[in-house]
Unconditional design. Sequence first.
Length: 296
Amino acid sequence: MNPSKLHRMLLRLFVVLKQEKDSFITITFGTTISAIATLTLIMPYKFPDAGLTGLAVLSSYVFHISPSWLYAIGNAALLIWGWKELSPRFVVLTIYGVSLFSLLLKVLEFIPAPSLNDLFMIAVFAGVIKGIGGGLVFRSGASLGGTDIVVVALRNRYGIEVGKYSFYINLAVLLISVPIIGLERAIYGLVAIYISGIAIDGVLRSFDRRRQVFVISQKYEEVRDFVIKELGRGVTFLHGEGGFTGKSQKVIMCLLTPRQTMELKRFLAIADKSAFMVVTEASEVVGKGFKSWKEL
């Protein structure tokens, strides 16, 4: 390869790594705690897991080999299959997450499992930890591979929502695990998978949690200045008209955190007691000042 071309490639790689520094740090942390939960809470108590990780764990139970091999090979095949449908950023970050997870499954095998007797508590704890880890990875715009690669690729290729197929895949893995680990352990594994899904949703909502606020006030300029200067948020003026009075009225719309919403309430209680305020939950906000489009 031409030295100048290699230099340009390395420089471009350095720029990408610098831009995505925070994403790599978050993925590293999320992947690490997910791997630790798998090694200390899932495998020692012979619980099943979801998707490709579940198949890798089952192979460990049956053949007594490290699950890292099947996990790495399976994800490599899935990425090759779906790479045309996946964004370059998603592929790069997912390759990093998958590689790190595979490595950690091997090098962290020495970590001892906690000595616990309540299997239900273990299942809940495993689901929470894995969910937090997975949520952090998803929040960074990547995944830990397996079913997620299939879901994203099929959605992009056929334009359909395939969440139910992900459920069917995970259900099939659980059914396969029953003859290997028994019905009781499979049920506990289902509990862990269900709680993991809840924890993932909770992590994603906690990062994107905002409140959409509408304010109708005669002192709209003061309200605007307070939101911009004191809360550090932007505002949008909507043009409304009173249904009863027929008078035109500016409506202030802004997106705030729960704490900022309370500060705005206190401000209105002093500045304009006749103001009208509506607060609704915004499950996700994408755009400048909030979640970046590149994270999708």
